[in-house]
Ligand binder design. Structure first.
Ligand code: SAH
Length: 365
């Protein structure tokens, strides 16, 4: 028998095409989505408003298949981290951050990452492929299963786990479509955020097909410094990146803004001078700034700045008329904070071996 299609890989247009290509009515997609996403019924035989014949055909050709949870850790602050085994057998991580009635889920989009930003643990371990749409929305499904017990659900999703979402464009766009679709997860487009290190052509492509919220990992106010922290900057420098950002935000409703992320690294990008330079750069951009004090990991070579210099940085931005928020660190005791996610990756780039050698760690130790 041919391998069955995983229906979690399709957004609404994809499911409609799946049914019509097989000679069925496209509106079957709506029925099936309601069964799966609204009522939790993944077995075609339980979808009682479909004819028996259609149920049998669906069961023969398709499944709703989820990734598996391989481990779960919870921090006393309420943050939960899941290690999720995806279809290829690799493991990635997702993190749930409950905060005053909001449940923000941080999802992974790739196994490892190709970009190698100098201060990110995920980047150090190399890359082993893209997640499927099912692997991505499976992370939301699994979090919802746990939240349902307390009468809650995921209210916000951020693509800030492992990977560069815009280098897994199609699967990520389909996954974000499902997150925002009323027939699936029904989360507001203001509350689904794709975070990118700045893949400029993909930002332009995203503007053509989506109005999902966008966050950009800036981390430096000039190309010289950004080239070091985010090597992708050598390909897409700041001026091109901000032009793409401006175009993207102009396509959204007037009251929506971009998020600029800025990880504060002690003695590297955290001076008041950097803050002034950043303010000058971002004043013409419709954005708010999210300041993230660096989350350490072994042999990273970076340090987190003290509270006083973080506040001085934030105040400089605010005094210059910008909206600058400080992201409080959550879940660092379970290695669940930004940039600490590592999952289990079979590296195909040998980057992990180089990193471990540099860090003086014997492999397999
Ligand atoms: N590849 C995407 C999403 C992944 S990371 C991107 O670059 O946006 C989500 C955010 O965490 C990014 O802004 C990233 O730069 C930041 N980050 C990575 N490592 C970090 C660390 N060790 N401490 C604090 N923030 C970090």
């Amino acid at each position: 028998m041919a391998e069955r299609v995983n229906l979690f890989d399709h957004d609404r247009p994809g499911l409609e095409a799946f049914f019509s290509d097989a000679g069925h009515k496209p509106f079957r997609a709506r029925q099936v989505m309601k069964w799966a996403y609204h009522r939790g019924m993944r077995d075609p035989h339980g979808m009682t408003d479909l004819s028996k014949g259609l149920r049998g055909w669906l069961d023969d050709t398709a499944v709703f298949s989820l990734p598996e949870v391989s481990a779960r850790r919870q921090s006393p602050d309420g943050t939960v981290k899941w290690v999720v085994r995806v279809a290829t057998g690799d493991c990635v991580e997702s993190v749930l951050i409950p905060d005053r009635g909001r449940n923000t889920l941080c999802v992974s989009s790739q196994v490892g990452c190709m970009l190698d930003c100098s201060f990110c643990a995920t980047g150090k371990q190399g890359f082993n492929g893209n997640l499927s749409t099912a692997d991505i929305i499976g992370q939301v499904w699994l979090a919802n299963e746990e939240l349902r017990e307390r009468g809650e659900s995921v209210s916000n999703v951020v693509f800030m786990g492992m990977g560069e979402p815009l280098l897994n464009f199609d699967a990520v766009v389909r996954a974000s479509n499902l997150m925002m679709d009323d027939l699936a997860f029904g989360i507001s487009k203001r509350r689904v955020t794709i975070s990118t290190a700045g893949v400029v052509p993909a930002i332009h492509a995203l503007a053509e097909c989506s109005d999902v919220s966008l966050a950009v990992s800036l981390h430096a106010p000039n190309d010289e410094l950004r080239n070091v922290l985010v090597p992708l900057n050598r390909k897409y420098p700041i001026a091109e990146l901000l032009a793409a950002c401006n175009r993207y935000v102009q396509g959204l409703g007037e009251r929506r803004v971009l998020t600029m992320e800025y990880t504060l690294l002690k003695g590297v990008n955290d001076s008041v001078g950097h803050a002034r330079e950043l303010a000058g750069l971002l004043r013409p951009v419709r954005c708010k700034i999210n300041l993230i004090p660096f989350n350490p990991f072994p042999a990273s070579g970076y340090r987190r700045p003290g509270g006083e210099s973080v506040r001085a940085f934030q105040k400089t931005l605010i005094d210059a008329g910008l909206a600058a928020m400080l992201r409080t660190t959550r879940g660092d005791d379970i290695d669940a904070a930004c940039g600490q996610l590592t999952g289990r990756v079979v590296d195909r780039t040998r980057r992990q071996a180089r990193y471990l050698a540099r860090a003086g760690v014997a492999q397999g130790a």
